[in-house]
Design a protein around this ligand. Structure first.
Ligand code: SF4
Length: 362
């Protein structure tokens, strides 16, 4: 899922285990996962299962998944995956990290892996969490340069180099150095400073927002069209809400989840599972921030996101921001989806020009 392997891999290395990084999700991963999944289950499940099968086939001794109770199907993922792996002959190869149990859940998880030394556990948590924040920071820098770069792909190449340096860092000191070096590397990208940039937020179901295989690398495609993107859902944001205790958070800094019920309230009054509450609040937030548009990405059959999509028409009575809903499944073709993105970018540009003209004529 996105670049989460950077933090996971490091954490495992620090625990004295050898991380196995399977190939990034591909059509093969998806068809492997789909083969052993119920047909109507959501796309992230199929990909996660496919990743696990590829990892076990590649020689991994264990596979682990972050899980949470969830009102939607997420709560079922763990048991279901465990059953499938058992049927495939991989019994007792699956362990779970209950993220919503906070540090206690992490502690239990590491104990299960045979790591009991508190100093090691604290070090693992510190470096793992910091790497998540570093990667999200690098993604932000990448998004700025990708929208303005003269030669498409330059910023991403630098980002990939930087990711490698961050992955290799073993201590906080090394991580700070690697982060600085990676940011500098991306900043070397030659850019067109006069390019007319659009600013777009990306929201939706968290897996699809983060995973560039299943979202067909929407951020890269938008970058090529001169759009600077900001993911409303990030792993660092999730960690801030799920595991970092209140006393360790910056005062006066409202987290994503703290903001969600307040901003979603006129349209959605309670959590209905998945990221629906956050999505509704993200649309409101992006509108308040005067973004040029917001894209909502969701997997086909995702129950909470079907609900949020049905709330958008009502929201349009009060919010002016253009919203593009994109529903992804294993059949989604690239050409049709690109045409929709281009049409959306055109619409946002026209709207922006109109706004500028109105301001000029005032
Ligand atoms: S949020 Fe949607 S895609 Fe994610 S587990 Fe729940 S139902 Fe599936």
């Amino acid at each position: 899922m996105g670049t989460i392997y950077v933090a996971w891999g490091t954490a495992l290395r620090k625990m004295g285990l050898e991380p196995f990084i399977p190939p990034y999700s591909s059509k093969r991963t998806l068809s492997l996962g789909a083969k052993y999944s119920p047909e109507a289950i959501c796309l992230p499940y199929k990909l996660i299962l496919g990743n696990f099968i590829e990892a076990l086939q590649g020689g991994a001794d264990m596979v682990a998944m972050i899980s949470s109770p969830g009102i939607c199907r997420l709560g079922e993922y763990g048991q279901s995956i465990k059953n499938v792996l058992k049927e495939l002959g991989y019994e007792d190869k699956y362990i779970e990290l209950q993220l919503y149990d906070g540090f206690a859940g992490m502690w239990r998880f590491m104990n299960e892996l045979g790591v009991t030394n508190p100093i090691t556990i604290i070090n693992v948590l510190i470096i793992g969490v910091n790497k998540v924040f570093t990667m999200d920071k690098l993604e932000k820098v990448l998004s700025f340069y990708r929208a303005r770069e003269i030669t498409p792909g330059t910023a991403e190449k630098a980002f990939n180099k930087g990711t490698k340096w961050v992955y290799e860092a073993d201590t906080l000191r090394e991580l700070r150095k690697a982060e600085k070096r990676a940011v500098e590397e991306i900043r070397k990208t030659p850019i067109d400073k006069n390019r007319d940039i659009l600013y777009v937020d990306i929201t939706g179901e968290i897996y699809l927002v983060l995973d560039y295989f299943s979202n067909q690398n929407v951020l890269r495609e938008l970058g090529k069209m001169g759009v600077q993107t900001r993911r409303s859902l990030t792993v660092s944001g999730f960690l801030r809400d799920a595991i970092i205790p209140k006393w360790m958070k910056k005062k006066n800094l409202e987290t994503h989840l703290e903001r969600a019920p307040k901003l979603a309230r006129p349209w959605l009054k309670r959590d209905i599972g998945g990221d629906a509450l956050e999505v509704i609040s993200d649309v409101h937030f992006a509108n308040r921030q005067k973004k040029d548009g917001i894209i909502h990405i969701s997997p086909f059959t995702c129950m909470p996101e079907i609900m949020s999509q049905n709330i958008f028409p009502k929201m349009r009575e009060n919010v002016d921001i253009p919203i593009l809903p994109l529903i992804m499944d294993e059949q989604t073709g690239k050409a049709g989806y690109l045409t929709r993105l281009e049409a959306f970018v055109d619409l946002m540009r026209r709207k922006k020009r109109k706004r500028e003209m109105e301001l000029k004529n005032k």
